[in-house]
Design a protein around this ligand. Structure first.
Ligand code: ADP
Ligand code: ZN
Length: 220
């Protein structure tokens, strides 16, 4: 485990491996991985007004409005456990969100260190998305072909035997999600490139290979 304060953003289209690598980095760096998708989906399950609104948008393959998600992230970043760093995944997804994040981090005097862009072609993204599922208890991510539990039907991390697939992880919504990514999120990449903190990583290798490339850049 590292004693460095690292503030990292994982970027890339749905299915590129942001969540998977975010979880791995959480272990190796000892800083929390905040997945905004997960936060929103949990809020949907809890049935709060904000959560239900977000759930309806996500299930249709849409984004949650900037002000809603910015408020959620601001709350999360204020938590004491975030003071030694974090791995953000699923945020920022638009240029206004990236700008809002910069303002928040400037106030905390805590700029970003690394923004990773995981590059994966569309055909592979679709394969990864339709095969993925998560443990209902601990949120560990799996895949029908690429990441199966050691014992069939049993979560490696917590032993739970119930899993869930995301409502929007189907071929019907993938096209729309990729188009939204290209239109709204891809423009965030040059924003970080200009700042000199964007690192492009080939995300097509195995989970272990991608992990090694990222950790080499960070210098773990
Ligand atoms: P994202 O968070 O970017 O949407 P995920 O981390 O959920 O993507 O990954 C999508 C699916 O692909 C998951 O089921 C995961 O287990 C699998 N996966 C992630 N990285 C790889 C990889 N390098 N090779 C094969 N499958 C992967
Ligand atoms: Zn589990």
């Amino acid at each position: 485990m590292s004693d460095r304060n690292l503030r990292i953003v994982m970027m890339g289209p749905p299915g590129c491996g942001k969540g998977t690598q975010g979880d791995i980095l959480q272990e190796s760096l000892g800083v929390p991985h905040i997945s905004t998708g997960e936060i929103l989906r949990n809020a949907g399950k809890e049935g709060t007004e904000l959560g239900l609104k977000a759930k309806a948008l996500i299930d249709d393959g849409n984004f949650v409005p900037d002000d809603m998600i910015i408020a959620i992230i601001k709350e999360a970043l204020a938590k004491p456990e975030m003071q030694k760093g974090f791995i953000l995944d699923g945020f920022p997804r638009t240029v206004p969100q990236a700008e809002a994040l910069d303002v928040m981090l400037a106030e905390l005097n805590a700029p970003l260190d690394f923004v990773f862009q995981l590059q994966v072609p569309d055909e592979i993204l679709a394969e990864r998305i339709v095969g993925r599922y998560t443990c209902t208890q601990c949120g560990a991510g799996y895949h029908d072909r690429f990441k199966t539990p050691k014992f069939y039907g049993v979560c490696d991390k917590c032993g739970n035997t119930e899993f869930v697939r995301r409502a929007d992880d189907n071929r019907r919504t993938i096209k729309a999600r990729l188009a939204t990514y290209r239109a709204s999120t891809a423009p965030v990449l040059p924003y970080y490139e200009t700042k000199g903190i964007l690192y492009c990583v080939d995300g097509t290798g195995s989970i272990v290979k991608v992990k090694a490339k990222i950790e080499q850049i960070i210098g773990v």
